[in-house]
Design a protein around this ligand. Structure first.
Ligand code: ATP
Ligand code: MG
Length: 422
């Protein structure tokens, strides 16, 4: 097994980092509940059709990035590249239309996309996904944006930019698509290969291209605003008004179109100055046509997904607080070889009383055990030796003050508890 490594673009989140993730997830849970969103656990793989229909055949995700395989029953399954389609599928399958609307849900978990790995971009990555299903009220778009920002503020992120746009709807988008095509027609040779390909299939996606030359061209492209139908225009205005009412600063960007076809009306991203090329921390928007695209009834929805790797990266770069690093309260030290089992017993007793205790299993010297206590940031050491055992006591040392006292075994947990978590 020695030579086998994790697949390209996939990483282990080691204990030095995982506690930071736990903090982000704990705050996500808190902020979601604060806004009335309940947690749902969704499957990691789904029928391929859910994504090919729900995300759109002409998107990068479906064309190039999905992990699709046949199971032993010859069914085509796909590791989820995102959670929104599953969220809508779960709503439909579990008859959530009979609940009070909107149904507001959140989840977090790994997503899978076959992408070129680089900083902040992996093939397995985690997203926090927050969605409100069952209403087209523009105030819910505002609420969704606000949930994302409330989370980022709670985590201490600064230097963020909210970018927003409307991508219209199937009624008004075709006219805009034609207008765009007329514009790009004159620049066709200068577009990158991918965009030349997009020209016929999905010209809106050209606006989204990160290629330098394409960006120069798209800067002069017409915007959608004069093409929006009345419904989309009113919706967009109401969302902007709502953001202003909540004093949320934002920029309108005509080039923001999102990679996914089912988006209607509102599209938004939260960008960070800290991340370089992978500068999006969160992306979202409204997807009033997704349910129908997967064979369901009309079901409007709006939501966002934020990448945990990128959140943690920015928090590290900005020196944000991750809360207390997990450590042990007590390190139990055996003073001699005959006391090692007793030390194990003492540690177990402490653990049974809710005290975080650890000890040595390599029969190391007292000096080495003390070193471990310090390196594990423990607050106390409890020394167990022949002398202590014979008198049913433990020598307790407070590593913060250096103060040392003998405490009887039966009083040990009671003595430590208030001193550890007053
Ligand atoms: P990008 O433009 O960076 O590819 P995207 O538009 O594909 O992002 P979404 O599908 O909207 O991203 O996903 C929402 C968020 O998930 C992104 O803003 C980002 O934080 C995160 N994310 C997306 N793809 C990856 C990835 N391959 N690795 C790590 N995080 C990712
Ligand atoms: Mg992408």
């Amino acid at each position: 097994m020695a030579g086998i490594k994790a697949p390209r673009g996939v990483r282990d989140i080691l204990p030095e980092e995982s506690w930071k993730w736990a903090y982000v997830l704990e705050r996500t849970e808190h902020i979601s509940h604060c806004h009335g969103y309940r947690e749902i656990h969704l499957p990691v793989f789904e029928q391929t059709e859910l994504f090919s229909r729900g995300i759109g055949e002409t998107t990068d995700v479906v064309e190039k990035e999905m992990y699709t395989f046949l199971d032993r029953g010859e069914r085509s399954l796909t590791l989820r590249p995102e959670a929104t389609a599953s969220m809508v599928r779960a709503y439909l399958q579990n008859n959530m239309h009979s609940e009070q609307q909107p149904v507001k849900l959140w989840c977090a978990g790994p997503m899978f996309r076959y992408e070129r790995p680089q900083k902040g971009r992996y093939r397995q990555f985690w997203q926090i996904d927050v969605e409100a299903l069952g209403t087209s009220n523009p105030l819910v778009d505002v609420e969704i944006i606000n949930v994302a920002l409330a989370l980022f503020e709670d985590l201490g992120l600064s230097n963020l930019d909210v970018v927003i746009n409307s991508v219209g709807c199937p009624e008004c988008r075709p006219a805009y698509r034609d207008e765009l095509k007329a514009y790009f027609q004159d620049h066709l040779e200068d577009l990158c290969d991918t965009c030349q390909n997009r020209f016929d299939r999905n010209p809106l996606r050209i606006l989204d291209c990160k290629n330098e030359k394409c960006r120069e061209i798209t800067a002069g492209a017409p915007d959608i605003y004069s093409s929006l139908c009345e419904d989309c225009r009113i919706h967009f205005d109401k969302v902007l008004e709502g953001l202003k009412m909540l004093q949320i600063p934002f920029h309108i960007d005509k080039r923001l179109v999102r990679g996914l076809d089912y988006y209607t009306k509102t599209a938004f991203e939260v960008l960070s100055g800290e991340l370089g090329a992978q500068n999006a921390v969160c992306g979202g928007g409204r997807y009033d046509n997704l349910s129908e695209a997967i064979g369901g009834p009309r079901l409007p929805g709006v939501g966002f997904a934020a990448g945990i790797e990128r959140i943690v990266l920015i928090m590290e770069q900005q020196g944000c607080d991750f809360g207390p690093k997990p450590s042990v309260d007590v390190y139990v030290i055996a003073a001699d070889d005959l006391s090692r089992e007793e030390a194990f017993y003492v540690a177990t007793e402490l653990r049974r009383n809710g005290i975080r205790a650890d000890l040595d299993f390599l029969e190391r010297s007292m000096k080495a055990q003390f070193k471990s206590a310090v390196s594990k940031d423990s607050v106390f050491t409890c020394i167990v030796g022949e002398k202590e055992i014979s008198r049913s006591v433990v020598t307790v040392k407070d590593l913060r003050t250096g103060e040392q006292s003998e405490i009887s075994r039966k009083d040990l947990a009671g003595y430590l508890q208030p001193r550890i978590r007053p």
